[in-house]
Ligand binder design. Structure first.
Ligand code: KG4
Ligand code: ZN
Length: 344
């Protein structure tokens, strides 16, 4: 029957250092498959992402990754109903690779290419989980580039409640990891090292925890770690204790602000998304706070916390279903800087 026909959406993510592709069936509301090629190893030698290298690698990876995904799913480009791609924010050159590919294929197939806001992808990503939240909810977006609390009333209905005034949480993780001699990106390694540290051996500040609003600041924390590390004899035990102090401070601030956001909005569902949302210590502390305060927390699958094409395919499918997508000529632009609040 016509109603049961799949509505296949190809999702493409190339905003930073991960090439992500995914195939989502909007009719069955099911992810058929996804694949990510991460460039982390390529950038590690530089201690951070080198934009030109990132763009060139997306060019190399994108077509074979998309072709392999379609083949594994037993589909072809002829089966696609639309293509979602990350339009911004992100690195201009990297975004252009995904946007050009999406528009070229869409033009060839006569289907819409749907530009998606990267953070919209992240904050809708828990809808891909078996245990998916209903609207409305509060979303904590914690990635390498962003730390925001957003009220989500539906697709395209986002209100910013608070955000970081300086470094993002993931950026603080990465910079602190670097100070402790760990690789890039440092979040997961720093988190593992913290597990071996003694709680309370060092106490770092909890920036803005009592500011009364929903904003964050993490750059002072990184400086506090620098002071600690500078004055001391470096050894493994010391680094583990510092890592523990850092993780405890970040987690306590994030949890306190989430609890305040739930109280301020009166909502009962919290969604956590973005790379730092994969952090085990954060998840443990949020679950405990939720049990205490009577709200529910929803996470994307761990592999869908960091950048991926699945969240972009999902957001594109939801926008297509909402009728919020026009066909039209395939002229396009990318938006390296793009406020989430500007979306509708
Ligand atoms: O969402 P994402 O993949 O990319 C951006 O859009 O930024 O997030 C990447 C960030 C990096 O800063 C990385 O260190 C951090 O997420 N991250 C973690 C963990 N896994 C990834 N931070 C803490 N603990 C983790 N387990
Ligand atoms: Zn991201």
């Amino acid at each position: 029957m016509y109603q049961n026909r799949p509505v296949l959406i190809l999702g493409i993510e190339t905003s930073c250092d991960d090439t992500g592709v995914a195939l989502y069936d909007g009719a069955a509301r099911r992810l058929l498959g996804h694949a990510v090629h991460t460039q982390a190893a390529m950038h590690e030698a530089y201690g951070g992402v080198v934009p030109e290298l990132a763009s060139r690698d997306h060019v190399r990876r994108l077509v074979p990754l998309a072709r392999g995904l379609l083949e594994r799913a037993g589909r072809s480009a002829h089966d696609l109903a639309g293509i979602g791609y990350t339009e911004g924010p992100g690195l201009a050159g990297a975004l252009l690779v995904g946007a050009s590919f999406a528009h070229a294929l869409a033009l060839a197939r006569g289907i819409p290419a749907i530009g998606i806001h990267h953070l919209e992808g992240h904050l809708l990503s828990p809808l891909l989980s078996v245990r998916a939240p209903r609207f409305p909810f509060v979303a904590l977006l914690v990635s390498g580039g962003h730390t925001q609390l957003v009220r989500v009333d539906g697709v395209g209905r986002y209100a910013l409640l608070g955000e970081t005034l300086d470094d993002a949480a993931g950026e603080a993780f990465d910079k602190t990891a670097k100070l402790l001699g760990l690789g890039y990106p440092g979040g997961p390694e720093l988190s593992r090292l913290a597990d071996a540290g003694t709680p309370g051996r060092y106490r770092l500040p909890r920036p803005m925890i009592a500011s009364g609003d929903l904003d964050f600041s993490f750059s002072g924390l990184k400086t506090a770690v620098l002071m600690l590390v500078r004055g001391a004899e470096p050894n493994e035990r010391f680094f583990a204790d510092v890592a523990r102090a850092f993780v405890d401070a970040v987690v306590e601030v994030l949890v306190a602000k989430c609890a305040r956001a739930m109280e301020a909005t009166g909502l009962t569902r919290l969604v956590v998304a973005g790379g730092v949302g994969a952090n085990r210590q954060l998840r443990g502390a949020l679950d405990a706070a939720a049990a205490r305060s009577g709200f529910d927390v929803y996470y994307p699958e761990p592999e869908l916390c960091t950048d991926n094409g699945a969240m972009i395919a999902l957001a594109a499918a939801l926008r297509l279903a909402k009728g919020a997508v026009k066909g039209g000529p395939h002229s396009f632009t990318v938006r390296p800087r793009w406020e989430l609040g500007a979306l509708s």
